[in-house]
Design a protein around this ligand. Structure first.
Ligand SMILES: Nc1ncnc2c1ncn2[C@@H]1O[C@H](COP(=O)(O)OP(=O)(O)OP(=O)(O)O)[C@@H](O)[C@H]1O
Ligand SMILES: [Mg+2]
Length: 259
C-alpha cells in the first residue's frame, strides 16, 4: 500500500505558549513537500511535534501514518512506524559509535530474532557511506562528536538511507553543506524517492530544490501554512522574498513570537 501521512488541525505549545496554530497537510507516498518560511515561524517546531519531542505539547489535532494514530505513540514507536527526522541541529552522543547507533536503530525496527547480522549491516553501511562519499572512519567515530556541520548533515542522510523510513522529515539538511556535498546529499534523497515513502523538506533556499524537485511548496508564517503551490512558488520566493506573501495576506509580523 502506498504511504499516506496526514496532519489535521495540529496545534502545539511550548511551556504554555502556542507555536503551531492549526496545521493541515497531507503527504502521499512518492510525494516531496517543501516547507519554506522566514525564521521563527514554527517549521522546526512542526518537525519536533511530529516526532514526539517531549517539550512540544500537542493541544489539538490529529496525525496519522497509514491510518495509525501517530500522536498516541512514543518517540521510539514513531520511529518504528517509519517516521524519520533529520534534525536542524543533530545531537552529539559521546561513547556511542556511529555504527553501534545505526545498528541498534535498525534492529529496534525489526522483530526479535530477526536482527540484521553484523556482517550484513557492515556491508550495507559501507556501501551507503561510499555513495555519500564519506570517509570509512566515520563508522567508528562517536555519533556526531566533533563532526563538522556538513559531516553531521551527511550522516543524517546516511541514517535515512539505512533506516528506509516511510515519512522522511529533513530540517535544513542543506545548511552547512558545501556545493559538492549538497549535490551528493540531494542524490541520496532522490535515490530514496519511492511510492511508499513521503518527504517533508524544510529549507530556506531554492538551491536545494533545484536538485530535489518538490511536488508541493508550502509557506509557513505565524505557526500556520499560509500559502501552497508548486515548484514555481519557491522560485518566486527566491527572487522576491516574503514581502509579497505578507502583503497578499495582510500579515505584518510573520513570526509566532507575538500573540
Ligand atoms: N524549546 C523552546 N523553548 C522556547 N521557545 C521555543 C522553543 N522551541 C521553539 N521556540 C520558539 O518557537 C518559535 C518557532 O521556532 P522554530 O524553531 O519552530 O522556528 P523555525 O521556523 O524553524 O525557524 P528557523 O528558520 O530560524 O529555523 C520561535 O519563536 C522559537 O523561539
Ligand atoms: Mg528551524
Amino acid at each position: 500500500m502506498s504511504t499516506q501521512f496526514e496532519i489535521q488541525g495540529l496545534k502545539s505549545s511550548i511551556e504554555g505558549k502556542e507555536i503551531l496554530k492549526g496545521i493541515d497537510l497531507k503527504i502521499n507516498g512518492g510525494e516531496v513537500h517543501a516547507i519554506m518560511g522566514p525564521n521563527g515561524t514554527g517549521k522546526s517546531t512542526l518537525a519536533s511535534a511530529l516526532m514526539g519531542h517531549p517539550k512540544y505539547e500537542v493541544t489539538e489535532g490529529t496525525v496519522t501514518l497509514n491510518g495509525e494514530d501517530v500522536l498516541d505513540m512514543g518517540v521510539d514507536e514513531r520511529a518504528r512506524a517509519g517516521l524519520f527526522l533529520a534534525m536542524q541541529y543533530p545531537s552529539e552522543i559521546t561513547g556511542v559509535t556511529n555504527a553501534d547507533f545505526l545498528r541498534s536503530a535498525i534492529n529496534a525496527r525489526r522483530e526479535e530474532g530477526n536482527e540484521i547480522s553484523l556482517i550484513k549491516f557492515v556491508r550495507q553501511m559501507e556501501k551507503k557511506m561510499k555513495e555519500l562519499e564519506m570517509n570509512p572512519e566515520f563508522m567508528h567515530r562517536y555519533l556526531n562528536e566533533g563532526f563538522s556541520g556538513g559531516e553531521k548533515k551527511r550522516n543524517e542522510i546516511l541514517q535515512m538511507m539505512l533506516l528506509e523510513p516511510k515519512l522522511v522529515i529533513l530540517d535544513e539538511i542543506d545548511s552547512g553543506l558545501d556545493i559538492d556535498a549538497l549535490r551528493i546529499v540531494a542524490e541520496g534523497v532522490n535515490a530514496m524517492r519511492a511510492e511508499d515513502r513521503g518527504f517533508l523538506i524544510i529549507t530556506h533556499y531554492q538551491r536545494l530544490l533545484d536538485y530535489i524537485t518538490p511536488d508541493f511548496v508550502h509557506v509557513m508564517m505565524q505557526g500556520r501554512i499560509v500559502k501552497s503551490g508548486g515548484p514555481e512558488l519557491a522560485q518566486r520566493l527566491e527572487a522576491e522574498g516574503y514581502d509579497w506573501v505578507k502583503e497578499e495576506l495582510g500579515i505584518v509580523d510573520e513570526t509566532v513570537g507575538q500573540a
